[in-house]
Ligand binder design. Structure first.
Ligand code: PAF
Length: 281
């Protein structure tokens, strides 16, 4: 496995693979990899001849008061995980390699990016769409792998690929959880032991909501209330949102009978955590 820092080096390697008729999978990440990322890499390795992992903390998807400076980074640990999982290449650029000082071209999206995380993170999805488009142009993969934990991101990228006729397949992969239910996230490292325990209210609330649907509840407002009450019962929690939306267009729904995404964002102390479940019908 090789680590490269320039776009030119990625292009040269991918060109050589293409010349041999090999297929290429891409796993875009911001590094500090955990078992969630590992499951994406493993899936790409299983489905493609070669796998590229991008490891880049993308500055333009962070708002001015967000955690860009403190976002955890550890390229040596990431490299070991990628190598042991079978990745072939890590693309680990500096910000200057991705964004020229006079960079001014962005990929933006209406509708799907306005609700859920878009409400409190107004520039986030423009940054995500822009960097992911750049990575698609740089690597030109056959498939790219994204986790369902960032469900809105997955929906946004699928829509971008459809709307802009990008020639690749987007593969969504299930949420990977700790044994006690907490969704794996690089940001879990911010939590103290007490906060880590409190953070279980997200998955507990979502489990109760899902159980209510499975027991026949079709009123989205009631399911939302069930999830909200469980999260609010945890004194260390502060809800950003609890939403039930149509999984295809992310618009709020009244009934849970179609394909739905139930998504939550909750502050535990200063750390904002997200989690969700999807029911596809
Ligand atoms: O999900 C992430 O880690 C990031 O948003 C992504 C897709 C790598 C873009 O920077």
């Amino acid at each position: 496995m090789t680590i490269v820092k320039t776009i030119e080096e990625v292009r040269a390697q991918v060109k050589a693979w293409r010349a041999q008729g090999l297929t290429v999978g891409l796993v875009p990440t911001m590094g500090y990899l955990h078992e969630g990322h590992q499951s994406l890499i493993a899936r790409s390795v299983a489905e493609n001849d070669r796998t590229v992992v991008s490891d880049f903390v993308n500055p333009i998807q962070f708002g001015p008061t967000e955690d860009l400076a403190t976002y955890p980074r550890d390229i040596d640990r990431d490299a070991a995980l990628c190598e042991s999982t079978g990745a072939d290449l890590i693309f680990h650029p500096e910000a200057e390699e991705m964004y020229a000082p006079d960079f001014c071209t962005y990929v933006d999206m209406d509708h799907l990016t306005k609700g859920l995380c878009g409400k409190t993170r107004p520039i986030h999805f423009r940054g995500v769409c822009t960097v992911v488009s750049k990575l698609f142009h740089i690597v030109q993969p056959d498939r790219a792998y994204f986790g369902q934990k960032d469900a809105q991101q997955l929906a946004v990228i699928r829509r971008m690929v459809r709307d802009l006729n990008m020639p690749l397949e987007i593969v969504g992969c299930p949420i990977i959880r700790e044994e006690d239910g907490l969704a794996k996230s690089s940001r879990n490292t911010y939590l103290s032991a007490e906060e880590r325990q409190a953070a279980l209210c997200l998955s507990r609330g979502l489990n109760k909501g899902r159980a209510a649907i499975e027991a026949g509840e079709t009123d989205a407002a009631k399911v939302r209330q069930i999830i909200t009450e469980e999260i609010e019962a945890e004194p260390m929690s502060r809800i950003d949102y609890v939403e039930i939306v149509d999984w295809n267009n992310l618009e709020p729904v009244d009934s849970t009978e179609g394909s739905i995404l139930a998504a939550v964002a909750v502050y535990i102390g200063k750390t904002r955590l997200i989690d969700n479940f999807i029911i596809e019908r």
